[in-house]
Design a protein around this ligand. Structure first.
Ligand SMILES: [Zn+2]
Length: 494
């Protein structure tokens, strides 16, 4: 495998040397950026921390030095992204059946409100099994009720294993409260951890019930048994494919306070102004954020530095910017370093909501994420293959830079897991192009080991060869798509 790569590399690099090219991006160029961005001083680049301040300053300063102009909506470098976190405050609750208050010894319940204060009396509880049917629809009449949902039910559709998807379906069906039951092995601790982790959200896109939470199986069994119901029977009923839930004959009183923390994070936005006004724009993006302090107190290394994910992508973005800014181009070339990708592409969604340029002006958007995986001479995969008119064009440009093409659509498995997806939802042609998603075995090796852990650090072994190749490829793509003679855009009316 490696030998084959080596042979490919030699023959193609000989070809590349023959054509007129910008100075190639080196592994050392990339390493210099990653060394800073993934250093402990940047604390894992979590939104809202000192690490964010250092990161966005570093990016803006790099882009300014390269000759980019600030291009956020207010003319500066930074577009504010309003984020929100919720944490557990206090909770009082009582459950009543047939006018009798239920005695529940367990205290394993966590309740978090949408607003700071939540109070409701006589809220009827309905047991919904998995919460949704195989087709993802909600059969139970949950409107105005508190829906109890089995976290680990066997018949949860594959694409709705995450609590989020089922929660949102139940909210859309009108549930007043959505409370998961940690019924499987280890699921209560993981639900608990999830709820108490103060997950970051973009308030404008949130779909939340007035009250959400989780209880342990122990709590649920105690409550349901005290109400004279049979837990095992309920669980057995819930296995039916047409299960429509069962009212439990239990009413709940809730008085819950929630800690709410709102803060602004930043997308960094810069541009190289084109010389042909109105000819559209090429957009490069990559997320600067990572997970911050991610290991518990006392762990030998507590910082998730995110060297590969995604200091490597920002390093490549910086090098693309530096190279492309040396020449004039017809179209504007935008660079966006997004925040809060790790919390669900939030910075990218915020950009799509309030873009620094009209979205219909974007000829192509190219996202750069987790790029330091593959060695030199790797094939080029396209995430988003088949979703834009550009596959053949991108392949032709890639071949010119000496790269071979991975023509399968396997890499599309990652299409929803990267920032370009947020723009694609608004009709922007959005691709992610490069070597790191061409060899999915190599990618899976990373995802199954250092990924999202303290070991995603820059070391002597960090593979930057493929990232350097990909930087050159993106520079070539930028030059091609920003050239109004080479690439005529229907969008720009040419
Ligand atoms: Zn990540």
């Amino acid at each position: 495998m490696r030998l084959a790569h080596f042979a490919v590399f030699v023959s193609f690099s000989a070809m590349a040397a023959g054509s007129v090219q910008a100075k190639a991006v080196s592994e050392a160029d990339l390493r210099a950026h990653i060394e800073i961005l993934a250093s402990d001083a940047f604390e894992g680049r979590k939104p809202g921390t000192e690490g964010e301040a250092k990161t966005v300053q570093y990016i803006a300063q790099q882009w300014a030095t390269s000759g980019l102009k600030p291009a956020a909506t207010d003319g500066g470098w930074f577009d504010a992204v309003p984020l929100i976190q919720r944490g557990q405050g206090s909770a009082e609750y009582a459950f009543t059946a047939k006018g009798r208050k239920l005695r529940i010894v367990s205290e394993e319940i966590i309740l978090i409100g949408k607003q700071v204060d939540y109070a409701r009396n006589d809220l009827p509880l309905i047991f919904t099994g998995a919460g949704v049917k195989a087709d993802g629809s909600v059969a139970a009449d949950v409107a105005g009720k508190a829906a109890l949902v089995l976290f680990d039910a066997e018949n949860v559709p594959n694409n709705m294993k995450s609590p989020r998807a089922r929660r949102e379906a139940l909210i859309a069906a009108g549930a007043e409260a959505v409370i998961f039951i940690g019924d499987g092995q280890g699921s209560w601790p993981s639900l608990r951890r999830l709820l108490l982790s103060r997950p970051i959200a973009l308030e404008s896109r949130e779909k939340r019930a007035p009250l959400e939470g989780a209880m342990s199986a122990e709590f649920a069994v105690a409550m349901i048994t005290a109400a004279g119901q049979d837990w095992d029977k309920l669980r057995a009923h819930a296995k039916a494919s047409d299960y429509a839930g069962e009212p439990l004959g239990i009413d709940a009183d809730f008085k819950v306070t929630t800690d709410i923390y709102r803060f602004n994070s930043s997308n960094v936005v810069g541009k190289i102004a084109g010389r042909k006004k109105g000819s559209g724009a090429v957009l490069f993006m990559g997320h600067w954020d990572h997970l911050g302090i991610c290991a518990p107190e006392g762990a030998p290394d507590r910082i998730c530095n995110g060297a590969v994910d995604n200091a490597s992508g920002i390093a490549v973005l910086n090098e693309i910017a530096e190279s492309l800014a040396k020449k004039k181009h017809d179209r504007d070339i935008y660079f966006v370093a997004t925040t809060a990708e790790e919390s669900g592409l939030l910075g990218a969604y915020a950009f799509a909501e309030k873009p620094a340029l009209p979205l219909d002006q974007i000829v192509i958007s190219l996202n750069v994420d987790t790029i330091a995986i593959a060695p030199r001479g790797s094939k080029v995969a396209i995430i988003g293959r088949g979703t834009t008119p550009y596959d053949a064009t991108v392949e032709a440009v890639a071949k010119k830079t000496g790269r071979a093409i991975e023509s399968s659509t396997d890499a599309n498995a990652f299409i929803q897991r990267q920032d370009g997806w947020a723009l694609a939802q608004k009709g922007v042609p959005a691709l992610m192009v490069g070597g790191s998603f061409a060899d999915l075995e190599l990618m899976q090796k990373f995802l199954g080991s250092d990924y999202h852990g303290p070991d995603d650090e820059l070391t002597d072994k960090t593979e930057l060869g493929g990232a350097a190749d990909d930087a050159d490829l993106h520079i070539a793509l930028g030059r091609y798509f920003a050239d109004a003679r080479k690439y005529k855009s229907k969008k720009a009316g040419e």
